[in-house]
Design a protein around this ligand. Sequence first.
Ligand code: NAD
Length: 292
Amino acid sequence: MFNKVAIIGLGLIGGSIARMLKKKHQSVHITAYGRKPENLHNALKEGFIDDVASIDAIDCNDVDLFIVATPVLSSIAIIKSLLDDPHLKSSALIIDAGSVKQSIIDSVIEHQKAHQFVGCHPMAGSEKSGYTFSTHSILTGAWVIITPHKKNNDDDIAIIKKFWELLECKIHITDAVTHDRMVASTSHFPHIVSTVLMESFFAINKENNPSDIQPFIGKGFKDMTRLAGGSPDMWSDIVLLNNTNIIAVLEEYIQSLIKVKHKIQQASLHNDRNALCRYFEEVQKKWIKYHA
Ligand code: NAD
């Protein structure tokens, strides 16, 4: 396994990887790179990393594995600069954690060292961001999607698969196009719905004082709007880079909203409680399938 690891972006995901990696492979040497290395001293004190340095001075010498865990647009620039670095070992691998995969691959595929980059997406995390919220447990049992591209070789994919398995993750391997299409509906769509729910809620209640609304807010509302608290920086990159898939999902959603509005209008007009009950039963059956 890797002896010298560099993590670029020691936030929620980078920090969680550092914690789990140190737990599983104590002799590994981890250097964390950040825009403000002085902010990473806590991680150094806690012993989850061995060194900190500025992102502007990445030392590629001897590094076996680079983990790029920054928002996706910045990851693209960082991965390119690592591949360009003359000190990058020929055996070194670069992985990322980005929530969008095809645009990253497109941006490096013509590079002569493109085979050294393996796209990864840990399906772990939360609406929180930053190292403070990192924990090794978010990786335990989480799926990691690995998206090999045409220049990768099977041995490197096998090594990266083993790496994530060491961190107690489950692996799914697929192409980047499939990944981006799937996460548009399973991850990006819920984030947007949560955000729009929050926005509409404020528009609907614009005449009310927040303190007057508070007694009416239950757990359901908090559950449904939790994701809206996610990092705007991270989400802007994701939405921009996966816009086509996200827009397709939203088109479907808008149609569903129109249909349910019509259903409610019709049921109310005809006092047809059964029609509503049938609708909720159908959806509940689907819900049970996914939550079993
Ligand atoms: P985070 O905000 O907690 O951490 C991001 C890190 O990148 C921070 O250390 C930040 O200082 C650094 N950073 C931000 N902008 C930068 C820039 N322009 N240049 C260099 N460094 C920069 O975010 P996170 O949740 O750890 O997300 C990191 C990556 O993992 C993203 O690509 C995201 O799409 C992906 N991801 C996030 C989640 C999640 O639920 N949060 C889940 C899976 C994958």
